[in-house]
Design a protein around this ligand. Sequence first.
Ligand code: BEZ
Length: 249
Amino acid sequence: MTSTVESTAPAATMPRIGDPAPSFTAVTTQGEINFPADYAGKWVIFFSHPADFTPVCTSEFITFASMQEEFAAYNTELVGLSVDGLYSHIAWLRTIKDKIAFRGMRDVEVTFPLIEDVSMDIARRYGMIMPGEDSTKAVRAVFVIDPEGVVRAVIYYPLSLGRNFDELLRVIKALQTADHFEVATPADWRPGEPVIVPTAGSCGTAKERMENQDHGVECEDWFFCTKKIPAEEVESAIRRDQRGWEPAG
Ligand code: BEZ
C-alpha cells in the first residue's frame, strides 16, 4: 500500500544543510552587504526576527549584541534580518541603546548589520516566512554558514520563543571542533567532553578497536567509540588568539 501526504500549505523552499547559502545584495544598518561573499573566510550566524519594537526580539538583540565579541573570538559574525524597513531598524536600535535593559545588560549598541527586507524577497528565499505561524513576519530562523559559504546548521523557533544563545555558541564550537579534529560531537557536548571518533569503516578496524583500546579511544561497542580532547586543546584550535585568527586545519 502506498502512502500519500496531503497538504494545503504551499510548497516552500529553504536552503538545506550542505547547500550553498543563497546569495543576495541587501541594505543594512551598516551599509550595503553582498552575502555571503563579504563573509568569505568567516563563519556567519544569519538570523531573522519577526518585527522591530517587539519585546522578545528586543531581548534577543540585546543578548546577540552582548555576545558579539564572544562569537567573534570563534571567527563568527552576526547578520540579522526582518521585513521591517531601514528607518524602523535604526529607530529601534537607538531605542534599545538609550532605554532598554535586559538581564542586567543595558546601554547596548547593536553594531552588526540588520537587513531591511520589506519586499520579503530574502526572507522567502531562506524559508523564513512560515504562513502557518504568520504570513507577514519572519519566524526566528538561524542559519549557520561556514567560511566557504555553505549552510551547516538550520534552527527554527516560533514567534513566542526567544532563542537559546548558549546553544548557538555551542553549535559554532561543535561544528568547528568537528571540522578541525575530524570527529563528531555527542548529545549536549561541550569542549573538554569526549568526542565521537568516526565509525569503523571495515571489519578489521572494528576488531582492532574492540581488542586494542590503548590509543586513547574507548569503545562501548565497535560503532560507538570516543576519545578525550582536553578543553584547552579544543579552545586553542578553534578560538581566535590575541595575535589574530589562524585558520583551523
Ligand atoms: C516579540 O518579539 O515579542 C514578538 C514578535 C512577534 C510576535 C510575538 C512576539
